[in-house]
Ligand binder design. Structure first.
Ligand SMILES: *Cc1c(COP(=O)(O)O)cnc(C)c1O
Ligand SMILES: [Zn+2]
Length: 468
C-alpha cells in the first residue's frame, strides 16, 4: 500500500453493537461482520488538526498547487486517509455560494439569509466530483484497475470524467434503461465509460452492480463507498467558508441514494467533535413525491436512528411490501428517482445528530422552483430545485423562519437535463398534461419560445405584443 496513513485512519462499522473495524487498505461495500454500512474513521488525537476553520484560508494563496486548488483536498486535514502524493484531483469543488433574490421571494425568506451552493460548477457538472476525488484516491491506494457504478446519470458522468482525466481506471457503468437524462448519458459516452443499459430501473442497476463488483473484484464507485462520502463532506466546509465560518441554521439537500445527506451529517458530527464549530446546522432532506422512501420511513413509520439500533426488521418489511405492491420510483427529477436508498441508515444518523427533517415535494413544485432559481441567474437540474421547493414548505409551516440562515445545495447543472427545462417552459412536459387534467394552473415563469414569420414586420409586431 502506498499510504502510511494506515494506523491513523481505518474503516468502522456504524452499528455500535457490532463496532468492527477494518484497515484502510481493505475494500468492502458493507461490514463483513454484520452487513451495516462502514465509515472512514480517524485517530484524531494523533493527527494534526487545525485549531480553527479559518486556518483553511491559508490555502487560498497557494492555489497554484493542485491540492490547494481542489475544493476537496484544500480541506485535506479533515479527511486524512491518504498521503498528499496519493490524492487524486481533477480540479473539483470550485463552486459558488450565492444569494438568489427570486428564490428568497418564492420561499418567503429574507434575501440576505438565503444562499444557494452551486455544485453545477464542478468539472462534470455535479457535486459527485467531490466524492470521486475521495473514491479515486482510495482506488489508487488499493491498486484497482476497473471501477463500476450504477447511476441515474451524474455518478457515471463523474466517474468517467475522473477515469479519463487520470487514465487510472477502466470505467464500467450500469444505468436503468431509458431512465437517464441525455446530458448525463452524453457525458458518460464522451468520456469513454463502458455503458450498460439494464432492462430495469436504478434500483435494479444498483443491485446488479454490487453483485458484479463482488464477482469480478471490480472497485465500486457508488456512495456505498465510504471514501466517496469523505470527499462530499467538503461541500459543507465550503458553505461554512462562503459564510466566513458562520454556521447556518439549515442545510437543505435533495435525497436520492442519501449519500450526500449522510456525508453532510458526518462532516458536522466531526466538526463538533473536533471543537471547530459549536453546533451543527439542521439538515433537511427533500424527497420527490414519486420516490419518497425516506419520507415515508421517517414521517409515517416514525423510524429513527436510535443509537444505531433502528428497527431493521421494519425496514426489511417496508421493502418487501414495496415489492409486493410493485412500487417503483417515478419522478421527473431523475437524480433522485430512487426507492431503495443504499445509505438509509447513515441518513437516519444524520437526521438524528442534526435534529434534521425530511419532506417531499411534487414534480410540479420542483419545476416551478427550478424556474425561479434560474431567474436568479443560477441554472440547476430538477433534483437540485427540490431544495428550494422544500424550503418554501418549511417556511410556510413556520419550521424555518425568514431570518434563519439557510443554504440549499444545488447539486447539478442546468444543462444536465434540457428536456425537463424546455418541456416546462413549453408547457408540455409529461407531468404537465396530467396536472392540467386536475385543473392545476400553469405557474410561475413559463417562458415558451414564440414562433414568428421570417419578416421584419412580423417580428416588430411580435415584439410589440411582448411589450404589451
Ligand atoms: C446524485 C444526485 C442527487 C442525489 O444525491 P444522493 O447522495 O444520492 O442522495 C441529487 N441531485 C443530483 C444532481 C445528483 O446528481
Ligand atoms: Zn458491523
Amino acid at each position: 500500500m502506498e499510504s502510511q496513513m494506515s494506523d491513523l485512519a481505518f474503516q468502522k462499522c456504524i452499528n455500535t453493537a457490532c463496532g468492527a473495524s477494518y484497515g484502510i487498505e481493505e475494500v468492502h461495500h458493507r461490514c463483513p461482520a454484520c452487513g451495516e454500512l462502514l465509515d472512514v474513521a480517524y485517530e484524531w488525537d494523533r493527527l494534526e488538526v487545525p485549531g480553527a476553520l479559518s486556518y483553511f484560508e491559508s490555502k487560498w494563496e497557494r492555489r497554484a498547487e493542485p491540492l490547494c486548488f481542489s475544493g476537496v483536498w484544500r480541506f485535506g486535514e479533515l479527511l486524512p486517509f491518504a498521503l498528499p502524493e496519493t490524492r487524486v484531483t481533477i480540479g473539483e469543488g470550485q463552486t459558488l455560494l450565492r444569494r438568489c433574490r427570486p428564490a428568497a421571494e418564492f420561499t418567503g425568506m429574507k434575501p440576505e439569509r438565503l444562499f444557494l451552493e452551486y455544485e453545477g460548477m464542478n468539472p462534470s457538472g455535479s457535486f459527485k466530483d467531490n466524492g470521486m476525488a475521495g473514491a479515486f484516491t482510495h482506488a489508487k491506494m488499493v491498486g484497482a484497475a476497473v471501477a463500476a457504478c450504477a447511476s441515474t446519470g451524474n455518478t457515471s458522468a463523474s466517474m468517467a470524467a475522473f477515469a479519463s482525466a487520470t487514465g487510472a481506471l477502466t470505467p464500467v457503468i450500469f444505468v436503468g434503461g431509458g431512465k437517464i437524462a441525455l446530458g448525463k448519458l452524453s457525458q458518460a459516452l464522451d468520456f469513454g465509460g463502458r455503458t450498460f443499459e439494464i432492462k430495469g430501473d436504478f434500483d435494479d442497476a444498483m443491485a446488479r452492480v454490487q453483485e458484479v463488483s463482488v464477482e469480478r473484484g471490480i472497485y465500486l464507485m457508488n456512495s456505498l463507498n465510504p471514501f466517496r462520502l469523505e470527499g462530499q463532506k467538503c461541500i459543507m466546509y465550503r458553505i461554512l467558508e462562503g459564510l466566513r465560518w458562520q454556521v447556518p441554521d439549515w442545510i437543505i439537500v435533495p435525497g436520492g441514494n442519501l449519500g450526500n445527506s449522510s456525508s453532510f451529517g458526518k462532516a458536522f458530527m466531526e466538526l463538533v467533535e473536533l471543537g471547530l464549530i459549536d453546533r451543527a446546522p439542521r439538515i433537511c432532506i427533500v424527497n420527490a413525491a414519486g420516490a419518497d422512501t425516506l419520507d415515508r420511513i421517517v414521517n409515517d413509520e416514525k423510524l429513527a436512528w436510535n443509537g444505531s439500533q433502528y428497527d431493521r426488521e421494519r425496514v426489511k418489511s417496508f421493502y418487501e411490501q414495496m415489492d409486493a405492491e410493485g412500487r417503483s420510483a417515478h419522478t421527473l427529477a431523475s437524480a433522485i428517482e430512487i426507492n431503495r436508498p443504499v445509505n438509509l441508515s447513515k441518513a437516519l444518523r444524520a437526521i438524528d445528530v442534526t435534529d434534521g427533517k425530511v419532506l417531499k415535494v411534487t414534480d410540479e413544485e420542483i419545476l416551478d422552483a427550478k424556474a425561479v432559481i434560474a431567474r436568479g441567474g443560477l441554472g440547476c437540474e430538477p433534483a437540485s430545485a427540490a431544495t428550494v421547493a422544500g424550503l418554501k414548505k418549511l417556511v410556510e409551516s413556520q419550521t424555518v423562519s425568514p431570518d434563519d440562515l439557510v443554504a440549499c445545495v444545488l447539486t447539478g447543472h442546468q444543462l444536465k437535463d434540457p428536456n425537463a427545462t424546455v418541456g416546462y417552459h413549453s408547457g408540455k412536459g409529461p407531468d404537465r398534461e396530467k396536472l392540467a387534467k386536475y385543473g392545476v394552473e400553469k405557474t410561475w415563469y413559463a417562458n415558451a419560445p414564440v414562433p414568428v414569420e421570417n419578416s421584419l414586420e412580423a417580428i416588430l409586431e411580435a415584439l410589440e405584443k411582448m411589450e404589451g
